[in-house]
Design a protein around this ligand. Structure first.
Ligand SMILES: [Zn+2]
Length: 247
């Protein structure tokens, strides 16, 4: 029995180490791409792209599930060419993750006109060409697998942030994103803007056998949610919390 437990523990420890090691190497790789524009451009050559239109991801239906298709750089250039778009539009894409084999994944919004070179592509034409639909992400959530859902929400948040932060709040000049989209810089005064982090709290109220759920009228039929909310802490409040923690 103790021999069996010993082997099981060693196996568990082996898989924990392996998972941790994969996580560390992926994180290091992503960090490199965020800091090095040339490395990130190179990663685009072998990477793949999720597509959005006005913050709605492109999804395809397969056996009652939604799949989020990815396109290579070559396929993406072909698509933009077909719709008479400048391939410089790909510069608007953002890095959202990578596979264990270090295939970098990016997201590009074809509907937001976030720079002077990019006019919005017509949604129905792109949907017909790619045999999919740009769908509201919240409504599609329960028909997506966990990996796609997580990546698409990350992508949507980052694309939204870039769309809303195109100008420097001090000089009013246009800011420029780095290749990975992990920051924006104002060329006139070198102020760096990073995507905002919003802490969120989710609670499940339960008496052990039942739990309290809520729904909004805008939810699709049958969808309920636990109670959640964002924590918006201003700097003064943060100092107060720090002070009470020290006491
Ligand atoms: Zn500025």
């Amino acid at each position: 029995m103790s021999l069996y437990c010993g082997i099981a523990c060693r196996r568990k420890s082996f898989w924990c180490c392996r998972l941790l090691s994969t996580f560390v190497t992926k994180t290091r790789y992503l960090f490199e791409l965020k800091e090095d524009d040339d490395a990130c451009k190179k990663a685009q050559q072998t990477g793949s792209f999720y597509l959005f239109h006005s913050l709605a991801p492109l999804l395809q239906t397969s056996a009652h599930q939604y799949l989020a298709p990815r396109y290579s750089l070559l396929e993406l250039k072909g698509l933009l060419g077909k719709f008479g778009q400048d391939t410089k539009r790909i510069e608007d894409s953002v890095l959202i993750g990578c596979s264990e084999q270090h295939e970098a994944w990016f997201a590009l919004d074809l509907g937001l006109d976030s720079s002077s070179i990019s006019a919005s592509l017509q949604k129905p034409e792109v949907e017909a060409e790619l045999q999919g639909s740009f769908m509201e992400l919240r409504k599609a959530l329960f028909h997506l697998n966990g990996k796609d859902a997580s990546l698409l929400f990350t992508a949507q948040a980052l694309l939204r942030w870039h769309h809303a932060h195109q100008f420097c709040s001090r000089s009013g000049q246009p800011t420029k994103k780095n290749v990975a989209g992990s920051k924006r810089v104002c060329p006139s005064n070198n102020i760096i803007y990073y995507p905002q982090m919003s802490p969120v709290v989710i609670t499940l109220v339960s008496d052990g056998t039942r739990c309290l759920l809520a729904r909004q009228s805008s939810f699709p039929e049958g969808m309920y949610s636990a109670l959640a909310g964002f924590c918006d802490i201003d700097p003064g409040e943060l100092e107060r919390i720090r002070g009470s923690c020290l006491v």
